[in-house]
Design a protein around this ligand. Structure first.
Ligand SMILES: C[C@H](CCC[C@@H](C)[C@H]1CC[C@H]2[C@@H]3[C@H](O)C[C@@H]4C[C@H](O)CC[C@]4(C)[C@H]3C[C@H](O)[C@]12C)C(=O)SCCNC(=O)CCNC(=O)[C@H](O)C(C)(C)COP(=O)(O)OP(=O)(O)OC[C@H]1O[C@@H](n2cnc3c(N)ncnc32)[C@H](O)[C@@H]1OP(=O)(O)O
Length: 382
């Protein structure tokens, strides 16, 4: 796999950093998640392929253990508020001094500088500060965050993984590590570059929810079908729009022009009425194999059995029977291989990892009896 041989220490976080770690693990990196001690359950739902070491970082001895792990690693990924790592003696200066090749990735909401740097926040706040939230939502409604996808995952975890891969690539030339300041505000904004760059085209001139791509246009929206399901319509180009009209059984001559914005509400009404006359599957039979850009809106449970997804193996069931998307994109020679076994228990690999990183058995037992580390192999065997 592309990242085979890369060792990553991921400090346990909420959502974006775990996703970043999972991407790296899916593509072959060895990812060791550092968990707190005295915690019964992890909130990391993206622990696929990771190992868990439990360390009480409030103790200087645990800090020393972590430093030793970082000396023999390629990447450390930290998801805490600005200053937290420095307070523990684990700031970039401390770690890069001992391992100048280390890539020190800091994944935060607001970045390492600026007046918000130390403030708590979540996806919706970062999205708001990026400018993008102001554009999301239906006409005459308040801004609406699309789950926590944009800042946490696209602009956060994924962008940070991209930064780590870039830094690894650069290190292969320079031999030097570096610090990555991954701000989710900036990551989200960057993902949204198209919004800024396409303003000159007039794509966003109208109020929120009244433009072509923000649910303003009737040919770029979802419609309810007679069985209470939905279809998605994305027939933008005239030749595709023509096929939509054909499939709907409408006559273009009876309709206003596609790009007549003032007629969009009336056109939407027509489409709504027509889509409501057949089931989602019936529309599938009409539109599949055409260029009308009409697709079913599938639930998370339905994706696995859709013929297209099935043909590509786009989703898989793990050993727990959970459906997951397969890692993307697909590399021809060194594709990712998502681990199919269960996620680790907290501290399941503390002993194995410490041994592998050169700790003596007696040292491990001492750390254990001092409450510096926790080992949970027993739980894993149950
Ligand atoms: C919208 C998303 C968030 C969604 C997350 C939800 C999915 C989950 C949120 C709550 C979960 C539920 C809850 O936990 C209760 C149940 C628990 C049960 O186990 C499972 C079910 C639950 C219902 C559970 C279910 C779900 O998991 C939840 C609903 C986001 O937007 S995530 C993005 C958040 N932002 C960032 O990541 C940006 C960077 N980080 C930050 O800004 C801050 O970290 C943050 C997120 C604001 C949190 O601030 P906080 O004050 O809590 O922490 P920090 O200031 O960063 O300091 C960290 C402290 O921890 C110490 N520490 C770290 N590691 C160790 C260690 N190994 N040992 C000891 N101590 C450690 C560190 O020293 C710091 O201590 P100090 O505070 O003393 O300095």
């Amino acid at each position: 796999m592309a990242l085979t041989g890369v060792r990553v220490i991921e400090l346990a976080g909420l959502a974006p950093a775990p996703f970043c770690g999972m991407i790296l693990a899916d593509f072959g990196a060895r990812v060791i998640r550092v968990d707190r001690t005295k915690v019964s359950m992890t909130v990391d739902t993206q622990a696929r392929g990771k190992q868990s070491v439990a360390l009480n970082l409030k103790s200087p001895k645990a800090v020393a253990v972590l430093k030793r792990l970082c000396v023999q690693s390629d990447v450390v990924l930290e998801p805490y508020r600005k200053g937290v790592m420095e307070k523990m003696g684990l700031g970039p200066e401390d770690l890069l001094k001992d391992n100048p090749r280390l890539i020190y990735a800091r994944l935060t909401g607001y970045g390492q500088s600026g007046s918000y740097a130390k403030a708590a926040g979540h996806d919706i706040n970062y999205l708001a500060l990026s400018g993008l939230l102001s554009m999301l939502g239906r006409s005459s409604e308040k801004p609406y965050a699309p789950l926590n996808l944009v800042a946490d995952f696209a602009g956060g975890g994924l962008m940070c993984a991209f930064g780590i891969v870039l830094a690894l690539l650069e290190r292969s030339r320079s031999g030097q590590g570096q610090i990555i300041d991954a701000s989710m505000v900036e990551g989200a904004a960057y993902v949204g570059s198209f919004m800024w760059k396409s303003r000159s085209l007039g794509l966003w001139n109208r109020p929120r929810g009244e433009n072509m791509l923000d649910s303003g246009a009737p040919f770029y929206d979802t419609y309810r079908t007679s069985d209470g399901k939905y279809v998605a319509v994305g027939a933008i180009e005239p030749q595709f729009y023509e096929q939509l009209i054909l499939g709907l059984g409408l006559d273009d001559a009876d309709l206003p022009s596609q790009m007549s914005v003032s007629d969009w509400p009336q056109l939407r009404q027509t489409f709504t009425q027509v889509f409501a006359t057949k089931t989602q599957a019936e529309w599938g039979r009409i539109f599949d194999g055409t260029d009308a850009c009409v697709t079913p809106v599938l639930s998370l449970d339905e994706v696995l059995s859709h013929p297209h997804n099935q043909a590509r193996g786009s989703f898989f069931k793990d050993s727990q029977g959970e459906i997951s998307p397969r890692p993307a994109p697909v590399l021809s020679r060194s594709p990712a291989e998502a681990c199919r076994t269960r996620d680790p228990f907290i501290g399941e690999h503390t002993r194995t990892v410490l041994k592998e990183y050169g700790f003596e058995q007696a040292q491990i037992e001492q750390l254990l009896s001092d409450g510096i580390i926790e080992c949970n192999e027993a739980k894993a065997r149950l």
